[in-house]
Design a protein around this ligand. Sequence first.
Ligand code: AMP
Length: 495
Amino acid sequence: MHEKCGVVGISLADRAAARPLYYSLYALQHRGQESAGIVTHDGFQQYDHVETGLVGDVFAAEDLDDLRGSVGAGHVRYPTSGGVDACCAQPFSVSFKSGSLGLAHNGNLVNAADIRADLEERGHAFTTRGDTEVIAHDLAHNLLESDLVRAVKRTMSRIHGSYSLTITHDDTVMGLRDPQGNRPLCIGDLGDGYVLASESAAVDTLDGELIREVRPGELVVLEEDGSGFDSYQLASPPQSANCFFEYVYFARPDSVIDEELVYDVRRELGHRLWKENPVETDVVMPVPDSGRAFATGYAEAANEGRENAENSAEEGEPNVEFAEGLMKNRYVGRTFIMPSQDERERAVRLKLNPIKSTVVGRSVTLIDDSIVRGTTSTQLVELLQDAGAEEVHVRIGAPPIVAPCYMGIDMASREELIASDRTTEEVRDVLEADSLAYLSIDAIAETLDRERADLCLGCVTGKYPYDIDGEESDREVERPLVGDSAVEAAGNADD
Ligand code: AMP
């Protein structure tokens, strides 16, 4: 299951958590449109409301009133390519001997099947196909034998893959990030409590103050009365594996991840894109909305470049124009919601319409963040040519996507990825563009001020930071053993 989702957890002094959770889910709606859910606890009982649909459709005012208590967790789920799937809507809740659990998961485990088989041997019965239930059962099992922090540590030593989790255990809310920190998770101060959220935009929505990112391998436990939080560093691997695609496409531009405003990162990537791949052009045009910050940066750097270049800043020489020449129909959902290729193609036409006067007879440089299947770019090049563009150049703010994502982004299989078996020139040929260029991996690492080794680059290198069946790893990673001996080893490691 490849789930790219948004998670939130809140603990407040004496206000109901349901509405702040609901607003946070609205702020994270871009991370998942398939289902939404909230679980709360009032000190006696757990309440939940989880349904397929957008946040605004899933919760009525009465549903929020029924979600009692000042602590809770919430989730929005990304549509998988298979379409709507009610089985895996979250938070996943379960009641067991030592209490109730609610789990909201962003990411994807690569060894869920091993753990599931092990737990089934021990008598656990599963109701869904999802990996979140596997984490829930494993944690429930460990909580029978040890305190909260040790139980989480044991679970962490067994699960392998990408996870940012918000979890309720009765009226305790916690946040957990996998040891390589693949997916984001941050902590915010609400004045009368604390929030854990996938992105800081959710903290802003609640008028809170962003404190910091949850560290890779860190467990953050919020006080039940909203007065503070405790931190436990449960694992400290030598390298991290932050997903660069969060910065390129997935996160909101107004979110801050690891102290970097995503908008600024994209604009800087736009500068780099021009420096690596300049083009003589009349107009720089973003694919709305994903290409906007990149195109702004590209046009800025192009104009700066002209000013600096010899003989170029002559009197009267026109600057490169930045123009919004493609208008978006905001009522059409993301193209990926459409399951078939044919529907996806139609969706692009529905979604974007060119402003003819900005393109007729001109050289247009179209900027987007990424090319996945190639549907969007192919359609848009044709659209601009039909609208009268003289030349259409394409510049992309990410490297070619050559391999699937196993860490939670629905990126299609190798066969569907246009760049998986084509050179850039061959992709340009399919697009029928006058030129095509991508951003280099180094430019991304340098802009993020990270070592390549601290990023997850699986989709652009085909080498992954986890031990995945049938794929190569880019580092020393070992899938934990699960079974009796492994449980014993984890127990010894507790002390
Ligand atoms: P494609 O048309 O398949 O080449 O997809 C590229 C377009 O989809 C770009 O405009 C991206 O902004 C956007 N995109 C990239 N990755 C994803 C994703 N995982 N889910 C939805 N849209 C995406």
